[in-house]
Design a protein around this ligand. Sequence first.
Ligand code: SF4
Length: 285
Amino acid sequence: MDQEVLFHIRPLFADAFACKAGECRHSCCRGWEIDIDENTLSHYRQLSGAWRERMDAAICEDKYGAHFRLTSENACPFLRSDGLCDLILAFGEDALCDICALHPRFYELIGQFELSGLGLSCEAVCELLLSENGELLYFCEETEESFPIFALLSRLGFPAENHSLSFLPVEDPARMLARLEKTEPIDEAWPLELARIRRDWAEHPVPLPIGPRYDRIFSYLLFRVLEEVPLRGLDAVLSYVRDGVSFVALHDALYGEDAEAMRRWSEQIEYSTENIPYLLSCFEA
Ligand code: SF4
């Protein structure tokens, strides 16, 4: 039987989130298949006139359900050239299917706790996370307390007394890159990006940066994957997080792009049903 949710926890920075819409360079309306839930599909099917015709041409139904037929540029058919959404402009945000209304939010249940946050495949979230340097705090709606990741782990029953929750780079970035090279690539550009990083790192073996900015990323990558702790163990999960932050730090050291590196790592790893388990398995005893 499902446990009743007693505590809702979210990172405090998420409260300031705002979609960049037309200003977004990596719109989530491009590159992903967009499934349409049954309720929304039935609303779409009730449209009439030109909108009904447009909707019929935009929707594809197969044995997996309904989804939008992407354009030749791999974009949602309702994404306008100015980056805005035609559906929102015509009917308001209520017209969005569940997946579009939810993105980039995520929810995870761990016992009596519901953890909610914002996925790092969204550039606005990455920029927001790095817009401050202080310790990342999490907020519990019921108790109105804010606390760091260490206290959250303890509330969840994952005591971390013997673990460091500050970021320490991997000793050998080449081994971290080798693990990433074995993940399923999200697109053709990903293996080329890894090859470029490997080459540039070999030519300029700069030390990986550390500091509060990276502790913040460490905390949030850990928050995102906490539901894996009971299955994989805290040691494996922390090593996975350390690897991810090391990728961002290496990218930053070489090219000075930590927000973009984090976004790219997230879409390659956190949004893949294969790549998270693969990387975690690399660290299991
Ligand atoms: S990726 Fe983020 S900022 Fe960009 S369009 Fe999607 S929700 Fe908005």
